[in-house]
Ligand binder design. Structure first.
Ligand SMILES: [Zn+2]
Length: 332
């Protein structure tokens, strides 16, 4: 007990906000609080939601806010890490821009607070306690509704000039290719994310192909799909495990493109390890295996032979643990 150092980590995602009291000496999660997020939240509601989950986490861990060293927040969006300001995010109402989240949290709880991009936060969690704890040079890539990446070099997170280093999802894998969510063409995210896989599968269903997805997604209308977004990882897993031809094709293709993106990483950075995580990777061994195969095939042999492929080790906790590590180190 004597050596424990407590901090609060907040993982603010597209669907939920998870807060946790973490012992950053051991990585142990001592208590959590969770709330669903709403895309129409304004700045006030968003902060209230975070406060509620932090309060719940402190209560769950039976810890007073005076005992914590700091608070770290990871959020999917562009952040000014130096100032602790959320500049903007695709998941929330347009009114949520230039929000000084760190200052608000610091005022309320009386401790230092920090804000980072969610993928960078998860990479810090993996670097300290997860699949990257024994190496200094690696890249983390998370595949979900989008594709995020973060680079750790000599044990330190690489920020870049504007804090956005590691955005592998928006590198070009096909000149003049599919339109990406960001508006540009041919980006990896438009070929290998769960959203991209969904588009391919719905297209095949529109063409009338026979697939188990007609049973797994009862009521789906591939011509006018619901706005609710990408097919869930669990459904994709079932379809692939059933050796559904259409699903296997789509996931294999996504893995191949992921390899094109990762081969660039391997050639440019020559990392020791590539850590793949996120819901789609956790659910789909085929995606992981195909990405590895494709990377080794496309990369320069010396670099491609040397790099190790591993799955992220912290799962859902990577975000809160990494955020707590950042929160704890802010005050010093
Ligand atoms: Zn893009």
């Amino acid at each position: 007990m004597a050596n424990r150092q407590l901090a609060v980590g907040v993982d603010f995602g597209g669907t939920k906000c998870l807060s946790a009291v973490v012992d950053v000496a051991s990585g142990e999660v001592l208590g959590t609080g969770k709330k669903k997020t709403r895309s129409d939240d304004g700045p006030q509601e968003l902060m209230e939601r975070i406060y509620a989950t932090v309060d719940d986490a402190l209560k769950d861990a039976k810890v007073d806010s005076g005992e914590i060293a700091g608070i770290g927040v990871g959020i999917a969006g562009q952040v000014d890490a130096d100032q602790g300001i959320l500049l903007g995010t695709a998941n929330l109402a347009r009114s949520v821009v230039d929000l000084p989240m760190a200052a608000h949290l610091s005022d309320r709880y009386g401790v230092p607070a920090a804000l980072r991009n969610d993928v960078q936060i998860a990479a810090i969690g993996e670097a300290r306690f997860g699949a990257g704890k024994d190496v200094d040079d690696f890249m983390c890539v998370f595949v979900g509704t989008g594709i995020g990446g973060a680079i750790v070099r000599n044990g330190e997170l690489v920020h870049g000039a504007s804090g956005s280093a590691g955005e592998l999802g928006h590198t070009i894998v096909m000149a003049n290719g599919r339109i990406c969510g960001c508006g540009a063409r041919g980006h990896l995210e438009a070929y290998a994310s769960r959203t991209a896989i969904t588009k391919v599968l719905l297209g095949e269903m529109r063409r009338g192909r026979k697939t188990i997805l007609w049973d797994l997604l009862p009521g789906v209308d591939p011509v006018h799909p619901a706005e609710s977004g990408a097919i869930r990882s669990g459904v994709l897993k079932k379809a692939v495990e059933a050796k559904d031809e259409v699903a296997v094709e789509a996931v294999t293709e996504a893995g191949r493109f992921l390899g094109y993106g990762l081969a660039m990483v391997v050639n440019v950075l020559n990392p020791r390890r590539i850590i793949l995580g996120g819901g789609a990777i956790e659910a789909l061994d085929l995606l992981f295996d195909e990405a590895e195969r494709s990377t080794r095939r496309e990369a320069l042999p010396v670099a491609g032979d040397r790099v190790e492929f591993v799955k992220a080790g912290l799962g859902d906790d990577a975000g809160v643990v990494g955020a707590a590590v950042i929160g704890a180190s802010t005050g010093r």
